[in-house]
Structure formats: C-alpha cells, structure tokens
Design a protein around this ligand. Structure first.
Ligand SMILES: Cc1ncc(C[n+]2csc(CCOP(=O)(O)OP(=O)(O)O)c2C)c(N)n1
Length: 399
C-alpha cells in the first residue's frame, strides 16, 4: 500500500503546529471525501514537558471530537525523555505522567519502554488499530532518556547529575536490542555490525550531500494548492477579482434564504426577519449586513465553494442575525431539471459522515436541546438536506 506522508515543521514555539496539523488533516479529508477519517491520519509528536505544559494541547484535545473540527482521531506520540531542557518533571507538572492531560477526553494512554523497540512497535500498531476502529485520539507515552544535553551549550550533569551518571552507564538501545536478537538467535553479530556500518555510511553521505544542497524553489503551493499565488497587488494584499453575481443566482439564493421548509414552525420574531429579508430581495434595497452576509455565503455555495461557519455563535450570530447552524454549507449545483430550472441544493454538513435523510433527526435534536425553542433552520429545506452526522462511538475502552 502506498502512503503519502506530509511533514509540517514546528516553529520554536513548542506545540504550536498542532492545530495546523489537525486543520490540514481535516482539509485533506474534506478534499478527498474521506467522511470518517479512515484515509487521513494526523500524527503529533510531542516532548513530555511540552505536552504537559502547553495549553494548546488541551485545546486540540477539546477539538478532537467536535463536529466541524474532528479528524477521526489523532495519534499522539510523546517522546518522554523525562526532562524539559533542564527542568525535571516535578517542576514542570503536577500530575504523575506527562500524558495525564489526555485523560480529559478519556483517550487511552500506552506507556511504553523506549529501550524495547518491539514493545514500541506493538504500541504503535495497537494505536493505529484503535484509532481506525474507534476514530478517537490515542496517546503513546514512550519512556526514554536524552543521552546528551538539550543543545551544544547544555551540560546536563550540571542540572541532573544523578540521572546523567545513570545514563552514562546505560547501553544505547541499539546495543540492548542487538544483544537480545543475538541471544534469541534471530541474527548474528556480523549482521548487526553490517547494518550499523551501512546506516552510518548513509548518514555520512547525506551529511556530505547536505553541504552542497541548494533548494530550487519552495515546494509549497503545489499539487492541490497549485494556482494559489501572491496577490496581484502585493502592497495592499488585495486581489482584483470579479465579485458580482448573476441576477439568476441572486434570485435563487434569495428564494432559498427566505423559504421556510415545509412543516417547520418558525419562531414568530424570526418570521418577521424572514419576511423583511424577502422584501429586501424583492426590492433589491435596504439590505442589512446580516442579509448581505447570508447572500455572500449563499452565492459562494451556489458556485460550489464550501462555506464553513465556525465559532460558538455561528448558530445565531452574536447579534442574533445569522440563524444558520454550525457546520459547513456545501453547495451542489444540480443540472437543470424539473421544467428546466436549475436547482440549488444546499447541504448542511453536521459532522462529517454523510448519510442522506438523517437531517430530520438532526434538526429535531437541535430543537429538543432547548425545550420549547423553535430553533430556526430556515436556510435549509428538509427535502434538500443531507446530514453528515458522525456516528457516535462506543465509549473508548480503558486499556
Ligand atoms: C512555547 C515555548 N515555551 C518555551 C520554550 C523554550 N523551550 C525550548 S525546549 C523546552 C523544553 C522542552 O522539553 P520537552 O517538551 O520535554 O521536549 P525535549 O526537548 O525534551 O524533547 C523549552 C521549555 C519554547 N521553545 N516554546
């Protein structure tokens, strides 16, 4: 099987890349139509001190199972060298394990000994299987050590003298594992020495090649991103693009925005807003900014561009202006049909699994959430909506 691996660089700011990785994974899933995340897997590598110490880790864990943000689970791999630069764990966190923060989402946590490569491999395989099966985050906490200082200027025996006396006397993992394989008659010493020599030669060659390496051009904005470039007017960052819409699009989007789905009882006050909007579309005058915003979103959807509303007030807007439901609106232009009239289908994507017909349930649940609240869903017509309600998983088994 061919696996495409994409590596994102982290800036010096520890853990800052995490949401970027999740956003990229999510974008790839949307672009590929990978509805349940089984084709695209985000993997995050962490340091032990950073995982426990950086608040952004709690934020991405909180995102992990939210409709609109989830990726079907992330594999978190903590390289737990038991020191954060020069800071020992008892000065870096108030919990026994660096991985404890992941308990907030009840993620399984596998603590594994870095001196045992087969155990680490087993933990990784288990993590993948768990993630693919349950579509949830899982953490591997690999206990190991750092043989030298954090950087060239760091002498760890100044700050962790006992630990580093122990590390000095501890054989490298390759020696431990090699000796085990020889004792188990899996390979002989000659084979191990050959592997070490080959790999050392590869590293030396690459090191030499790196000295003369000159990058030709940035390799971002390639593939799926090709066509993206700098703005025409770099000073202002503006792009000169056609923003107008056809009258047909205007009428069609206006019709959908002001049509209440059959069988839906709209809140009295909201009905007034809908009526006022209809008047705006009919006269072409007096647009308020909320309706203009809805028109802008609607026309983008009309052009087949996905619009994603995010944030805790995206359901109704800060000033009660929006009245659409969090998630993503996706437009699918239907070919002219039914008497030759082109039809615009607006899909409400709640979560990511797409199963037509379930939206009735989703809308009902929305309304049940607040008893007596006839929460408006007037942007969608029942017959034209497909839910992408994600399947709920059984609670994660505790491993
Ligand atoms: C947000 C942020 N805070 C502080 C630092 C400074 N800093 C650099 S490395 C480091 C310790 C990281 O320890 P750990 O997460 O255990 O990773 P390790 O270097 O041991 O692999 C710190 C605090 C930083 N780079 N970014």
């Amino acid at each position: 099987m061919k696996v495409h691996l994409s590596l994102l660089p982290n800036p010096s700011h520890l853990e800052a890349v995490n949401p970027v990785v999740l956003g990229k994974a999510r974008a790839s899933q949307v672009a590929r139509g990978d509805a349940d995340g089984s084709e695209v897997l985000p993997v995050l590598l962490h340091g032990d001190a950073a995982f426990a110490g950086q608040g952004i880790v709690a934020e991405i864990l909180a995102f992990s199972d939210l409709p609109g943000y989830g990726t079907g689970g992330t594999i978190h791999f903590i390289i737990n060298n038991q020191v954060g630069f020069t800071t020992s764990p008892q000065f870096a966190r108030s919990s026994p394990y660096p991985s404890d923060i992941a308990k907030m989402v009840q993620a399984p946590i596998l603590h594994v000994n870095g001196d045992d490569p087969e155990a680490v491999t087993f933990a990784c395989k288990l993590a993948i299987e768990f993630r693919q099966q349950f579509k949830r985050d899982i953490v591997i906490d690999m206990w190991c050590y750092r043989r030298f200082g954090h950087n060239e200027g760091d002498e760890p025996s100044f700050t962790q003298p006992l630990m580093y006396a122990g590390i000095r006397n501890h054989p490298p993992v390759s020696d431990i594992y090699g000796a085990r394989l020889v004792a188990e008659n899996v390979v002989d010493r000659g084979w191990i020495d050959g592997q070490v020599a080959n790999f050392t030669a590869t590293l030396e060659n690459e090191f030499d090649a790196a000295k003369s390496y000159l990058p030709n051009k940035a390799d971002w904005f390639e593939g799926r991103w090709s066509g993206l470039g700098r703005p025409d007017t770099p000073e202002t960052g503006r792009r000169n693009v056609e923003t107008g819409i056809s009258e047909d699009a205007y009428r069609e989007v206006g019709r959908i925005l002001t049509t209440v789905p059959e069988g839906l009882t709209v809140h009295k006050t909201l009905q007034r807003i809908v009526d006022a909007r209809r008047a705006m579309f009919d006269s072409g005058e007096g647009f308020d900014w909320a309706t203009a915003e809805a028109l802008a979103f609607g026309t983008l959807v009309h052009e087949g561009i996905q619009v994603r509303l995010s944030g805790q007030d995206s359901g109704r807007g800060t000033f009660s202006q929006r009245h659409s439901v969090s998630g993503a609106l996706r437009g699918d232009r239907q070919p002219a049909e039914r008497g030759g009239r082109a039809r615009l289908r607006v899909r409400l994507l709640v979560g990511r699994a797409q199963c037509a017909g379930a939206v009735g349930g989703a809308v009902r649940r929305l309304r049940q959430r607040r008893a007596g609240d006839h929460r408006p869903v007037h942007l969608v017509r029942r017959v034209e909506v497909a839910s992408r309600q994600r399947p709920r998983h059984a609670a994660a088994p505790r491993l």
